[in-house]
Ligand binder design. Structure first.
Ligand SMILES: Cc1ncc(COP(=O)(O)O)c(C=O)c1O
Length: 437
């Protein structure tokens, strides 16, 4: 054996946890089989990327600082190039965006601009995990980034049944009761009411209201993650966010610009308007406490990256709905194409089943055999198609007969090829997965 300096079991337990390996594993498989059609990646469509817009957006934001906010040329440079405000420099534009697109009135001071939504998740969980009695709930299947962030702060995540309504409220109440009976303190429940990753399921407005009522009744916070809400598959009508319906400050709202502007900017945010009583008798928004944590994690979100996002917002009168007309049409077309393609290949009464999401990037396909990482390797190597085993989105390691398909980073022609290959995999009855390559 090679000489070693450290063993992994001497490090924080999270580093050896499957949740933290999941994204790397899936990226590595994709890199290993570059010729495979990827119905795995939930990335935005790259053909729409245009680096020329970066300069335009930067200029737009610079002009905004000078013309709208009255900054001198030196102050404009300092704002973009120097260390900056911990809570961010585009918070006022994000507040405007939420007002325009979500009819949501938020005080800009309750916003923390973060390094992607992922950092926002981490800050919230870090703040909420005060002691070993604290526990988080999350609708299962759950986005693995949430599970991984919870691991990093030693916050256990307990699954809540999702089902066709997006969350099973009876199960949530029962889980809360059980946790309290065990002496635990439920801190929050993580939900994705719009076109969830990975399930594709959405909550209808009545269910959202019931969930909010339950949160008030049970004194529970809700963490609403909404990266896909702008992408309904039919029409342009969208449902109100939980946060827009939240009259009791029960909802901590997470936003991401990865799918609506640029993932490479790595900018997201959190709206945390919960009133926190400080030890000095002052009261301020939870956002201020999150900012303290942020100041010790990333100091501040790159102002250059924020300026790009700020410019993109300004260029579209702060409406990302308006900015994403082309993207929304492409994703909706792809989702329809995938659903039609599944129906054509697998029929209505066969052993292969799938859900029909009302929008977003993802469809879950259930097959009559176990779907694991070994099967994914085999699918990539022998059939040339990548997808995501649903087991990655469950935290208990039990086998799952389902896979997630994503439509965001492919063309209809690639969807056709990918589905033909998936159909071949299924038809060949690769039910028994073998050892990884
Ligand atoms: C549900 C969900 N939340 C958060 C994120 C991460 O967003 P960001 O890239 O802004 O960190 C993703 C990315 O795929 C996601 O699917």
């Amino acid at each position: 054996m090679e000489p070693v300096d450290l063993t992994v079991d001497s490090l924080h337990a999270a580093v050896d946890d499957p949740a933290l390996n999941s994204m790397n594993f899936l990226n590595e498989v994709a890199q290993h089989y570059p010729d495979a059609v990827s119905l795995a990646a939930g990335r935005p469509y790259e053909e729409f990327f245009d680096s020329a817009v970066l300069h335009r957006y930067l200029d737009t934001f610079r002009r905004h600082l000078a013309d709208d906010l009255g900054l001198s040329p030196d102050q404009v440079d300092r704002t973009l190039l120097q260390y900056g405000r911990t809570k961010g420099i585009v918070h006022h534009l994000i507040a405007r965006n939420l007002a325009v697109d979500e009819q949501l009135a938020v005080d800009p001071e309750t916003i923390v601009v973060t390094v992607g939504c992922q950092e926002a998740m981490f800050l919230v969980l870090r703040a909420l995990r005060a002691g070993p009695q604290d526990v988080l709930f999350a609708v299962a299947p759950t986005y693995v980034g949430l599970t991984g962030a919870a691991r990093l702060v030693d916050l256990p995540v307990r699954p809540v049944a999702g089902g066709p309504a997006g969350i099973d409220l009876t199960d949530l109440r029962e889980q809360l009761r059980r946790a309290r009976a065990e002496g635990l303190r439920p801190r929050a429940c993580y939900v994705m009411p719009d076109f969830a990753n990975p399930s594709g399921v959405s909550m209808d407005p009545a269910q959202r209201r019931r969930l909010l009522d339950l949160a008030v009744d049970e004194d529970l916070l809700l963490i609403e993650d909404n990266p896909y809400g702008l992408f309904p598959a039919t029409g342009t009508e969208r449902r109100p966010t939980l946060k827009a319906l939240d009259t009791h400050r029960r909802v901590v709202y997470l936003g991401s610009f990865a799918k609506t502007v640029l993932p490479g900017a790595r900018v997201g945010y959190v709206v945390a308007d919960q009133r926190v009583a400080g030890s000095d008798g002052t009261v301020g928004p939870l956002a201020d406490q999150l900012a303290k944590i942020k100041s010790m994690v990333t100091v501040n979100t790159s102002p250059i990256a924020q300026a790009v996002i700020g410019g993109a917002l300004l260029a579209h009168d702060c409406s990302l709905v308006a900015a994403n007309v082309r993207e929304r049409a492409a994703y909706a077309r792809n989702l329809r194409h995938l659903i039609d393609g599944l129906a054509r290949r697998f029929g209505p009464d066969g052993p292969v089943r799938w859900n029909v999401p009302a929008g977003g990037f993802f469809v879950v396909v259930t097959v009559p055999f176990n779907v694991d990482d070994a099967l994914l390797h085999r699918s990539a190597r022998e059939y040339g198609v990548l997808w995501t085993p649903m087991a990655h989105f469950y935290d208990d390691g039990t086998p799952v007969n389902a896979l997630r398909l994503s439509v965001s980073a492919v063309t209809p022609a690639q969807i056709d090829v990918g589905l033909d290959r998936l159909a071949a995999l299924v038809a060949d009855g690769l039910a028994v997965s073998t050892a990884p390559a």
